[in-house]
Ligand binder design. Sequence first.
Ligand code: DX5
Ligand code: ZN
Length: 229
Amino acid sequence: MRCKEVVCGEVDVMNCLSPSILAADFMKLGEQIALTEQSGAQYLHFDVMDGCFVPNISFGMPVLASVRKGTGMMLDVHLMVKEPARFIPDVADCGADIITVHAEACTDLNATVDLIKERELLAGVALNPATPISQLSYILPKIDMVLIMTVSPGMGGQKLIPYTLDKVRDLKALIAQKGLKTDIEVDGGINFKTLDKVLEAGANIIVAGSAIFSGDIEENTKRMLEMMK
Ligand code: DX5
Ligand code: ZN
């Protein structure tokens, strides 16, 4: 499944939830992922950090390959690494469905996106809060998703930066102006208070870490999905 459905012969964009396992309890990872899947989450967000592009290290290929064996959800891999082109073949082999790279991390963004498309995977490009969307105006028709970082990348549990909502609105307008159906994903500080704001601004793929994995995972997932209808 992906966030585009054929409706009356036209491709329409739908809302999807992508729980971020960065906030999961890794001793119970399989169990906690299953709870989000059973509760209806369509995507699973997988944050790869290299301690260089962002000041933190998370997890990588062996974890991705194991998670792939245990879930049918769309594996939404967010590469917060310098020169992500180096890792795309391995990430693809481990079973990613969507690979998102940061525009700021690529010497040649076009060639990096080509590597993802060559593997027939969905290609996303992420922008840090202060990076303008104009950087993507020419490459937009070639990609499937734009990830607007609503916090600085590198850790969970931060507060959404309000001006990033304006970026989502501007991106939505740019996509419409070009007649495209590109997905808009938002990542960072999305919780039960901020969800309405990002949806209203035009995001349709919602990443949530702490809001899903703190407390009752099933209840949180169902409640978020209900708010996204
Ligand atoms: C931050 C990561 C996020 C993170 C979001 O760099 O890209 O995916 O897990 O966490 P919350 O939802 O807790 O802000
Ligand atoms: Zn992320």
